[in-house]
Design a binder for this molecule. Structure first.
Ligand code: SF4
Length: 351
């Protein structure tokens, strides 16, 4: 592929500008962009309504990145985890989660992660590299192809896979533009949620530049507990994070999702629930409780059902909307915090 530019990392606007600069008609940019984000288009030759000379020019100037699923695992509950190998042999995972009447795709933004959250399996890979905009968006296209090629097969996109999206802000930002482009996959910003462990400068930028949904992996109601679970809290303290959430420019009828992993004996007491309700007071949030999934090598335990119910009740009594996330895909290590790319070379492509 040499030094040819990765055309699928171009936003629609950039592509249009580029082709105009090369002397092409303005509509060509949109036409090419549409092809780039059409399922099953894996070569410039497949872009059948482009003149031959333009296809040749694109071949000379650009690399058309594709993402090949090398292993698809399907859980008992219908969750699908797709592992893909990137051009440098790095592995990433994407999860398709079935929900009532629709599906959500959970995409990765980095290979591994540098944030070191103690409950997370991805953290154990360490940080390998950022994904490019094309590698981020191609996961959605691949999920659409996996489901038969209809864009409508996917309703929501959540950035909750491997990596911390806001530590790869520039590429995330381009990916958001590409996903929402009406000439491409045309996802509404209401259908996209970016989840972060609390990178304050990134949250502020995201609020100013994109009006997509925001989810915060909070997981503890005090700085002390949070720093124990999530080293990022030593850099971006809970108190400052809560301050930023208070000022976050939310669109009408939108709320910030507070993700709270409930871990037995760590953060699941009634006092923790009361403390959480206190710090969130006055912020437009909904709380999503995630019972911890026990994972090999991680020294935490799943909470008891009673603890979850009482935690939920306390928050609800304080006026919060609370949901308890049903664990999806735990039998194939696709549940929250379980992503860890580990495909052996000799494994069969579809497990
Ligand atoms: S929970 Fe998210 S931010 Fe924390 S280490 Fe895992 S992937 Fe990174």
């Amino acid at each position: 592929m040499g030094t040819r530019a990765d055309i699928r990392s171009f936003t629609g606007h950039e592509l249009k500008e580029y082709l105009i600069m090369k002397g092409h008609r303005p509509y060509r940019g949109e036409q090419v962009f549409r092809w780039l984000w059409t399922p099953y288009v894996h070569s410039f030759d497949a872009m059948s309504n482009l003149p031959k000379h333009l296809r040749e020019e694109l071949k000379q100037g650009f690399h058309l990145k594709c993402l090949e699923p090398i292993k698809v695992q399907v859980s008992k509950d219908g969750t699908r985890k797709i592992a893909s190998r990137l051009e440098d042999n790095a592995l990433i995972e994407t999860v398709i989660i079935p929900e009532e009447g629709h599906r959500t795709v959970c995409v990765s933004t980095q290979v591994g992660c540098a944030m070191g959250c103690r409950f997370c399996r991805t953290a154990r890979m360490g940080f390998i590299r950022d994904l490019t905009p094309s590698e981020i968006v191609l996961q959605v296209l691949m999920a659409i192809e996996e489901l038969g090629g209809k864009r409508q097969a996917i309703r929501n996109i959540v950035f909750m896979g491997m990596g911390e999206p806001l530590m790869n802000y520039e590429n995330l930002s381009k990916a958001l533009h590409i996903l929402q482009d009406t000439s491409g996959m045309d996802f509404s910003k209401r259908r996209i949620t970016v989840s972060t462990c609390g990178i304050i400068p990134g949250i502020e930028r995201l609020g100013q530049e994109h009006q997509v949904g925001l989810a915060i992996s909070l997981h503890a109601p005090s700085s002390e507990k949070r720093s124990m679970l999530m080293p990022v809290n030593r850099q971006f303290d809970l108190r400052d994070l809560i301050g930023v959430l208070r000022r976050y420019p939310l669109a009408k009828r939108r709320r910030i999702t507070i993700e709270y992993l409930v871990i037995r004996g760590v953060n699941d007491s009634p006092q923790d629930a009361l403390e959480l309700s206190r710090i969130l007071q006055g912020i437009r949030v909904k709380v999503n409780l995630i019972p911890f999934n026990e994972v090999e090598g991680i020294p935490f335990k799943a909470p008891g059902q009673e603890a979850i119910e009482s935690f939920c009740k306390i928050l609800a009594e304080k006026g919060y909307t609370v949901t308890v996330r049903k664990s999806k895909g735990a039998d194939i290590d696709a549940a929250c915090g379980q992503l860890y790319a580990k495909i052996k070379d000799n494994e069969s492509p579809r497990g």
